[in-house]
Design a protein around this ligand. Sequence first.
Ligand SMILES: Nc1ncnc2c1ncn2[C@@H]1O[C@H](COP(=O)(O)OP(=O)(O)OP(=O)(O)O)[C@@H](O)[C@H]1O
Ligand SMILES: O=C(O)c1ccc[n+]([C@@H]2O[C@H](COP(=O)([O-])O)[C@@H](O)[C@H]2O)c1
Length: 212
Amino acid sequence: MVEQQVLKQIPITKVQPEEARTNKGRQIGIMGGTFNPVHIAHLVAAEQAMTKLRLDEVWFIPDNIPPHKDAPLTSARDRAAMLDLATRDNPRFRVKLLELFRGGVSYTVDTLRYLKENAPENEYYLIMGSDQVNSFHTWKEPDEIAKMATLVGIRRPGYPQDPQYPLIWVDAPDIRLSSTAIRLSVKTGTSIRYLVPEKVREYIKEKGLYLD
Ligand SMILES: Nc1ncnc2c1ncn2[C@@H]1O[C@H](COP(=O)(O)OP(=O)(O)OP(=O)(O)O)[C@@H](O)[C@H]1O
Ligand SMILES: O=C(O)c1ccc[n+]([C@@H]2O[C@H](COP(=O)([O-])O)[C@@H](O)[C@H]2O)c1
């Protein structure tokens, strides 16, 4: 597939799916998303969950085709490259491209099955904003997901906390921000400085993303 060939060309050093096999016996936070683009609320949520739950790492997993959203117009390569730029300064943040390599619709249950098969010693914590927490019961095989991972919720302004499954809430500063808002700001010429890491802002500018 063209997208996967393109992906292989990007200089990202820490995203090989095979890495799952070498990271044994640790507490791993999983944060899935479209990350179109990654913004500071994603990073703050991940850092707060990682430190408050004493996780070893957080793995950011960009989806290929999100199950409950229109497919992103921004290429997987750009979304992954921005995630890489955003997480480079934190050795405990990792970017995993397994959903992009798998292709198709990115169901979380498939991702966790892959991780449990390849690194069964790790314990997985699925980190979600409260919008995702509230719709989690509508996901594919939520019972199976809940068996394979501990569910972790981060409050998100504008979304009530209404979980249908047991989960751990992690307190984090409320940040009323979304990738949609970032895309709209770029399109309308409003500054996104400090809303995304500086290198992500430069990447968006250099590539002319989100202008139309
Ligand atoms: N402001 C926020 N506060 C807390 N969690 C957030 C926030 N923004 C996103 N998240 C969480 O981060 C994960 C990935 O989100 P996603 O990539 O869909 O970002 P988004 O900003 O919601 O994107 P979009 O606006 O394109 O729908 C989800 O679990 C989501 O709930
Ligand atoms: O598996 C599912 O049925 C499912 C349904 C909705 C969302 N998800 C996952 O939730 C994460 C955030 O989704 P999104 O749509 O906000 O990018 C992403 O990893 C999706 O794959 C997963």
